[in-house]
Design a protein around this ligand. Structure first.
Ligand code: SF4
Length: 209
């Protein structure tokens, strides 16, 4: 099995419960809710994506076998902390993530976090699952570590997910021309619904990747 990877880089997580934690980010190419091409955005299921996941041409991007990918992840880990930790993101990583890659990562005791839209089942052995649901989709992932709702979304109410078996519930203002208004709406929602906490895209605020 090979994996199509857009980019791989070391940084700190900017969002959600793991904000500020060191990770190697592996961005998988491709998503099942948008082609990644601007000309298809209006007809996409998910229209507000802020990520370039198209192709394999980013930093350290390419087509990898599992062992090669693990080797690259290890080579980019420059933190003094342990364990080596990886965020598998996209695009939609669960289109490609399989048992073989999880096993190779675990052979090296690498902590595995995944960021997914929740429309696909995940393999066993993932340490942290962050699910960010999108309007108009059927959620297959019913349990995990955190739900992060980009807010507001037309035809999606965060309360739909309040009873799922997740440990942390976050509202994250949608980054758009209405960001200021979206922040205000997100704060109000969290104040009215204390189970939900505010997540900010701190990497954008700080100007880091
Ligand atoms: S599901 Fe995620 S990766 Fe896919 S288009 Fe939407 S925001 Fe982008």
């Amino acid at each position: 099995m090979t994996y199509r990877i857009k980019e791989i880089y070391f940084t700190q997580q900017g969002e959600g419960k793991n904000t500020g934690r060191d990770f190697v980010f592996v961005r998988f190419s491709g998503c099942n809710l948008w082609s990644g091409k601007e000309k298809n955005r209006e007809s996409a299921i998910c229209k507000f994506c802020d990520t370039d996941f198209y192709g394999v041409n980013g930093i350290n991007g390419g087509i990898y076998e599992a062992k090669e990918l693990v080797k690259m992840i290890k080579s980019l880990w420059v933190a003094d902390t342990s364990p080596i930790s990886v965020v598998l993101t996209g695009g939609e990583p669960l289109l490609q993530l399989d048992d073989e890659l999880v096993i190779e990562l675990k052979k090296e005791a690498i902590y595995i976090a995944v960021e997914t839209n929740g429309t696909l089942k995940a393999p066993e052995g993932i340490d942290w699952i962050c699910m960010s649901p999108k309007a108009g989709t059927e959620i297959k992932l019913k349990a995990g570590s955190e739900i992060k709702v980009v807010y507001p979304q037309k035809n999606l109410e965060p309360e739909e997910f309040s009873d799922l078996d997740f440990k942390n519930f976050f509202i994250q203002p949608m980054d758009s021309q209405e960001l200021e208004a979206n922040v205000a709406k997100s704060i109000k929602f969290c104040m009215d619904n204390p189970k939900w906490r505010l997540s900010l895209q701190t990497h954008k605020i700080l100007g880091i990747r």
